[in-house]
Structure formats: C-alpha cells, structure tokens
Design a protein around this ligand. Structure first.
Ligand SMILES: Cc1cc2nc3c(=O)[nH]c(=O)nc-3n(C[C@H](O)[C@H](O)[C@H](O)COP(=O)(O)OP(=O)(O)OC[C@H]3O[C@@H](n4cnc5c(N)ncnc54)[C@H](O)[C@@H]3O)c2cc1C
Length: 444
C-alpha cells in the first residue's frame, strides 16, 4: 500500500506527487493517457514543437511558475498578447470594412477598450452571482454614450474575450468571471515546447500510464482506486482530472461526494477553446505584428490570428475557436475548418493568400480525458466554488487541478499552485516551491 495515489499526470498531479515524493512519501500516479502533461501537450510530429494545449505563461511577474521554469533552464520568448489584449503590442487591426486602422484609429480603439473596462469594473462590482458577463457588458456599453459602430466594436471584443478566456459565450459566464484575470508583467511562450515542464518534473516518479481510473472508494482506513483492470489502495487520493471529466461522472465516488464538493462541480462551467495552427509556404502578412485582428461583426467566426512563426521557425499563424464555435468546429472535417479560416484571411489579405502546407486542429471538447479546455465561473457560481472543491473529503480524498484554484483558474500556474496547496494540506506544513525542481534535469 502506498501513502498517496494521484489520479492524473497533468501539472497539478505531477506537482503534488513530486512534492510528496521529495518529502519521503510513497506516491503512485495513475494517468489514463500514454503521456504526462494532460492539457500541456506538445506535438512534435512535424519535427518542431506545436503546443496543442497551453502555450503561455500569462504574466511572469510574481508568478511561481516562472521560478520553476527558470530553475529548469527552459527557453522563453516574450509574446504579450495571449490574454486577448486590445493594445500594448503591435496588432494589425482591421475595421468592419476590412480596412487597416491607422495609428490614430488604433490608439483610439485601445483607449475605447480601456475606458469601457474601467466602467465595466464598476458595473461588475455592483453585480451579484446571477448576472451574466453579457448583461454587465450591455449595461456598460449603454453608459458610454458612443455611436452604434463604436459600441458594436467593443461589444464584439467582449464577446470574443469570454470565448477565449473562458471557452464560453458571454451569456453563460458570470459577470465576475474574469475578476482574477489580471496579467502582471510580460507573457512568454516556449520555443522548445511547454511539455518540457511536466516531463522534467515527472522524472523519478512512479507514473503508470494508460491507467484509466473508473472509481474511487473511501473509508476511515483510506481509499481504494479502481482502474479498468486493477485496484490500488492507499491512505489517501488526490484526484486531479479535469472538471469536465468530473461533471460527466466518468469516475464513480463511493460514498457519493458531499454537496460541499458536488455543488461547485455542478455549478462551475467547463469551456471549450480550440486552436487552429496553419503553416504557410510563405508570409503574406505584416512582418512586425504580434497579431492580426478583425473587428466587429466581420470577425465572426474568425477574428484573431497570432504570428507564431518565431516559435516554429516556419511562416505560421495560430487562431482560436472558443465557446459555441469551438464546439461546432469539432464536428467539422479538418478540410472544412482550414478552408473556413483561409477564407477569412483572404477577405482581409486577398485571394493571393496561399493554401497552407500543414495544419493542426485541436478538439478538446470531444477528448474524453478533458471534456473541455478549462473551467470558468458560470452564471450562478463564484470563484469560491473553485476553492471549495479543494476542501478535503473525510480527510482521505483531495481534489486539485486548475478548476480548484479560485485565484488563477484555467491556467498552468493555477494548476501548479493547486498541486502545491494539496501537498501542503497533506503534509500539514509549508513547502518551498524550490523543492519541486531539486534533483531534476530538464528533458528536451
Ligand atoms: C487549448 C488550450 C490552451 C490553453 N492555453 C493556456 C495558456 O496559454 N496558458 C495557461 O496558463 N493555461 C492554458 N490552458 C490551460 C492549462 O492547460 C490548464 O489549466 C492546465 O494544464 C491544467 O492542468 P491540470 O493538471 O489541472 O489538468 P490536466 O492537465 O488536464 O491533467 C489532468 C490529467 O488527468 C488525466 N485523466 C483524465 N481522466 C482520467 C481518468 N479517469 N483516470 C486517470 N487519468 C485521467 C488526463 O489525461 C490528464 O493528464 C490551456 C488549455 C487548453 C486546452
């Protein structure tokens, strides 16, 4: 019998397992996939890394993840545009008629978003858990007194913001959902691929791949964890599977989970956010931009493209599909998705836009081991619901993962902090995060 069984080898599970292992516990990690990392997933089939899951550290200042990444010697590149900003870095903005905004119009646009955001924060401060992001946005826009076109541009931006940051439509997302979504300092991405992080931290741990957990039973003596064909016993378990997997009831808990945990699981939302990478034979877009953005109604369904050429070393654009559109593309063939994205780019850049030479399309909503991309505060829930999930059940069952981190849900650093927190909970003492990288050599 081991001390702790960790279910799921994403960054939360690996962090908890490593800290407990370093503290002298016998730890077993059960992971259904044939790899570690979960929603950190670097596809290297083309000979260069393509991050199909997380790409960014959203704000390096004061971020504990940055310390871990630095200790592992991981190469980073500044790319401060990963949180759906309107300004701050060069963006080629196109208006409703697909004309490039000049410098003055671009500045005005960024100022409009700042002004609206200031008003929006005041609206949200006065809203309860049952108000949606969409209604708070409408109340804000009505207060601006701007003309219809100016309002529509910011309205579309707000809609896209929840689709990207929450993976859900603004009318499903709580007005307070993005309260925590502040970026401190620059954002960075990983030219060598994000998966270096979980692979390095998993070194030396007993991680059993290909083990799908189907049931977790608990008693005063500890836990019994069943996979499809084996059972394991331990003093306790830490379940780190995504919220979507818990919501789907893919793991049976006996006895049933108490309301204190089952309630938040039911109330919080699991969003869908997919990525489409297109590699082109040559560049046809501006040299010096971080992103290309189509404003207003013309930005439906594709509105933002990120120039990731510097990461792959190839002419490459990344675009996103979040919320209902993110779900819809999962039903389409690759050819349909690619032709739809290329069609939108041709409306901006003309028919000379070449056919892509390669593409990568994710389908996180239909992935049975994720059932979505990340959690969000749905109408009727609150950030406290995230943290409530992390309260131990009967002293032997713990939950961790991005969905359990009220301060930073839906992020890699939130997942990492949840793994750190649960390890401290179990050991009953503070642990320095510096211990996480002790004795680890970066695997490339
Ligand atoms: C497309 C996309 C883009 C993103 N971009 C960013 C970004 O740029 N920056 C950022 O900070 N965050 C981003 N995120 C969010 C980030 O990836 C996640 O918050 C984080 O990786 C979650 O880690 P976790 O350990 O909580 O969960 P996971 O990584 O999902 O780990 C849970 C593990 O449990 C396993 N599992 C599931 N069911 C079972 C079962 N029954 N038995 C055993 N194992 C099981 C899964 O296979 C998985 O490995 C993105 C996510 C997606 C999908």
């Amino acid at each position: 019998m081991v001390d702790t069984i960790v279910v799921g080898a994403g960054i939360a599970g690996i962090t908890a397992a490593r800290l407990l292992h370093t503290a002298g516990q016998r730890v077993l990690v059960l992971e259904a996939r044939d790899r570690v990392g979960g929603r950190i997933w670097t596809d290297r089939t083309a000979g260069f890394p393509v991050d199909r899951g997380a790409s960014w550290i959203h704000g390096v200042t004061g971020n504990p993840l940055m310390g871990v990444v630095t200790a592992l010697g991981m190469e980073t590149r500044e790319f401060t545009v990963g949180s759906f900003q309107a300004g701050g870095r060069p963006i080629a903005d196109y208006d409703e008629s697909r004309r490039l905004l000049d410098d003055d119009a671009t500045r005005q646009w960024a100022t409009d978003v700042d002004t609206a955001d200031g008003l929006f924060q005041r609206t949200v401060a006065a809203s309860g858990p049952d108000e949606s992001y969409a209604t708070a946005a409408e109340r804000t826009l009505a207060a601006t007194g701007w003309d219809a076109e100016r309002v529509e541009r910011v309205r579309a931006f707000y809609r896209h913001r929840t689709e990207e940051q929450c993976g859900a439509e603004a009318d499903r997302v709580a007005a307070h959902a993005l309260d925590e979504d502040t970026i401190e300092g620059e954002e960075v991405i990983f030219p060598g691929g994000y998966d270096v992080l979980p692979r390095a931290l998993a070194q030396g741990l007993d991680v059993r791949l290909g083990r799908t957990v189907t049931a977790v039973g608990r008693s005063a003596r500890g836990v019994r964890v069943d996979t499809e064909d084996e059972s394991f016993e331990a003093a306790r378990a830490i379940v780190t599977v995504p919220l979507g997997v818990l919501k789907a009831g893919a793991i049976t808990f006996t006895p049933a989970l108490p309301d204190a945990v089952a309630g938040p699981i039911a109330r919080l939302g699991m969003g869908v956010f997919n990525k489409v990478f297109l590699q082109f034979p040559e560049r046809f877009w501006q040299d010096d931009v971080y992103a290309i953005r189509q404003h207003g109604r013309a930005g439906v369904p594709w509105h933002s493209w990120y120039d990731v050429s510097a990461v792959s070393g190839k002419p490459m654009l990344l675009t996103f599909a979040g919320g209902a559109w993110g779900q819809e593309i999962e039903q389409k063939t690759d050819e349909e998705v690619v032709s739809s994205v290329v069609g939108a780019l041709r409306k901006i850049y003309g028919n000379s836009v070449p056919e892509p030479v390669a593409h990568w399309i994710t389908r996180w909503g239909s992935d049975p081991l994720a059932r979505g991309s990340y959690s969000y505060v749905a109408v009727g829930s609150s950030h406290d619901d995230h943290d409530a999930m992390a309260e131990p059940v009967d002293g032997v069952l713990h939950f961790a993962g991005e969905a359990t981190c009220g301060r930073e849900p839906a992020t890699v650093h939130g997942a990492l902090q949840s793994g750190h927190r649960v390890a401290e909970q179990i050991l009953g003492s503070r642990i320095s995060l510096a211990e996480l990288t002790q004795g680890v050599t970066p695997s490339r």
